[in-house]
Design a protein around this ligand. Structure first.
Ligand code: KMH
Ligand code: ZN
Length: 281
């Protein structure tokens, strides 16, 4: 399972923070492209995108989603991974429809979980629908597990519906969501025996669990997801300046672990994603 390098995924914006509360959050097309380009320069290989409308609020409007996908592709070589999780308030059919924007990859959440006071709904039928639609459309999923049981759901999904497009299984452990598994070394260690040796995994620690989860993931041969979707405080009392700060820290720790950041080409090879020449531009 251990990899020679570290895949760093940037999650720059998310759907749950308001621009008014977090002025540094990238929400315009220009802001998203600029942060994507700067983060690629310091080690990001994949960008996990939630799209915002002109009013800065999350949107799944396909015209806007396509515009952001095209703009990021135009300015970077990053693997473009659209969120199919959306916001906690998004209707399930709209979350499937984002696949029409033809990203390289898309997130696929593996189970329903409390999300603070909200519920992030991911019923089995939605999971199967996203998995099979992505197989048919040549989109590579990043499976997202918010709890240990979501990993057994992944096994059941693969047993019943086959491998994803590209044939490789990559799962992101999203830890520290209030309602999901805690962002601790112990929780990450508990996930390890449930992961198949042929899979790769990344981990994301939400909020103050960012650093412990990052260190635990690196020590266990895992990959990393960082960004302002998950983390708004860099250190106690110190707000995150921008996404570059978070990616640079992750890349630095990956170097110390002697598993430096993978390039975008290496990331495509690892994940079974079509090369830049084959991707719709
Ligand atoms: N916004 C969260 C409720 C994903 O992108 O796939 C869910 C989320 C997961 O961010
Ligand atoms: Zn997301």
């Amino acid at each position: 399972m251990s990899q020679p390098g570290t895949l760093i995924t940037l999650a720059p914006t998310g759907a749950e923070s308001a621009k008014a509360d977090v002025p540094a959050l990238p929400v315009t097309v220009e802001e998203v492209v600029s942060t994507a380009r700067d983060c690629e320069a310091v080690g990001a290989a994949v960008v996990h995108l939630h799209v915002r409308g002109l009013d800065t609020r999350p949107t799944l409007d396909l015209v806007r989603v396509r515009e952001v996908v095209a703009a990021v592709r135009e300015s970077t070589d990053l693997v473009v991974q659209l969120s199919s999780g959306g916001a906690v308030t998004d209707p399930l059919p709209d979350r499937v429809a984002v696949l029409d924007a033809e990203p390289d990859a898309a997130s696929l959440s593996l189970g329903t979980v409390n999300f603070g006071r909200d519920v992030f709904s991911n019923p089995w039928d939605l999971i199967v629908e996203l998995h099979t639609q992505m197989q048919q459309r040549g989109i590579v999923p990043e499976y997202e597990a918010f709890d240990l049981g979501h990993l057994t759901t992944l096994r059941r999904l693969l047993d019943r519906h086959g491998l994803p497009h590209g044939g490789h299984v990559h799962v992101d452990l999203v830890m520290g969501v209030p309602g999901g598994m805690p962002g601790t070394t112990g929780a990450l260690a508990a996930c390890l025996p449930v992961l198949d040796p042929s899979w790769t995994f990344a981990a994301t620690g939400v909020g103050r669990t960012s650093l412990p989860v990052m260190l635990a993931a690196l020590s266990a041969g895992g990959h990393l997801r960082v960004g302002m979707e998950d983390t708004l405080t860099y250190a106690p009392g110190e707000p995150v300046r921008d996404n570059v700060q978070l990616v640079a820290r992750a890349a630095g720790l990956a170097r110390i672990a002697q598993r430096p950041a993978l390039t975008t080409t290496q990331a495509r090879e690892l994940l079974g994603i079509r090369s830049l020449q084959e991707a719709p531009r």
